[in-house]
Design a protein around this ligand. Structure first.
Ligand code: GRF
Length: 228
């Protein structure tokens, strides 16, 4: 058990993770938790796709999973139904923090406001530029020199909440959207655990209205410039 300087055991931060795909970011958190490198407990994973590989990763780590597939028996699950089930599940798990890691469904303001914990999202661009999809292609087409990923507070407006942290790289002359995506994903795998460590250790803190407090820090976002 990790202790602080007064020898009190540090209570792990309870995290729920929402996913839609491969779950490589979830895996980074699982590995860090199992290695004792991050003071977290992943209390559950919600997937909105029943074919997400992230489900296998959670199962292998014995983490509870709720699959709330957006399509069942050929019928699309409406966002309201999804949100009702997801909210009930989150309330049961009682997380301290909800992490959207490759979660590809847009959530309503009511869901975000009523969530039982603050919510953060990992987005593959240097917000506020390139909100939404196809961020790597758009950054190349615009002739950007830099690109990267951001972790921001989730608000009703898509990809628009306060940006906590960013990791950035230089775009190469010969870059394609695929090569850039692979390089940015390596940054994501550093940025997500680093940001969660700052939150777990209360260097950064969020209250339930998603207000950021970071009194010991220089202006946000905190940025990592990396060679990926
Ligand atoms: C990440 O690259 C993230 O930026 C994007 O979806 C991807 C999720 O990857 N929104 P994974 O599911 O964590 O492997």
């Amino acid at each position: 058990m990790v202790s602080d300087t007064s020898n009190q055991p540090i209570k792990p931060l309870r995290i729920a993770v929402l996913v839609s795909g491969s779950g490589s970011n979830l895996q980074v958190l699982i590995d860090a938790m199992q290695a004792g490198a991050l003071p977290i407990e992943i209390v559950g994973v919600i997937s909105n796709r029943d074919d997400a590989y992230a489900i296998t990763r959670a199962n292998e780590a014995n983490i509870p999973v709720a699959v709330l597939s957006h399509v069942a028996n050929g019928k699309r699950m409406g966002i309201k139904t999804f949100e009702t089930h997801a909210n009930a599940q989150l309330v049961e798990w009682q997380p301290d923090l909800i992490v959207l890691a490759g979660f590809m469904r847009v959530l309503s303001g009511a869901f975000i406001d009523n969530a039982p914990a603050p919510m953060i999202n990992l987005h593959p661009s240097l917000l506020p530029v390139y909100k939404g999809l196809d961020t790597h292609q758009r950054a190349i087409q615009a002739g950007e020199r830099h690109h990267g990923c951001s972790i921001h507070v989730v608000t009703a407006e898509l990809d628009a909440g306060a940006v906590l942290t960013q990791a950035l790289l230089e775009i190469n002359q010969t870059e394609t959207a695929d090569s850039l995506q692979a390089r940015v994903q390596k940054l994501e795998h550093k940025l997500l655990p680093w940001t969660i460590l700052l939150l777990a250790n209360k260097v950064l803190s969020l209250d339930t209205s998603n207000t950021v407090k970071a009194s010991l820090l220089p202006a946000l976002p905190l940025q990592l410039f990396m060679n990926a």
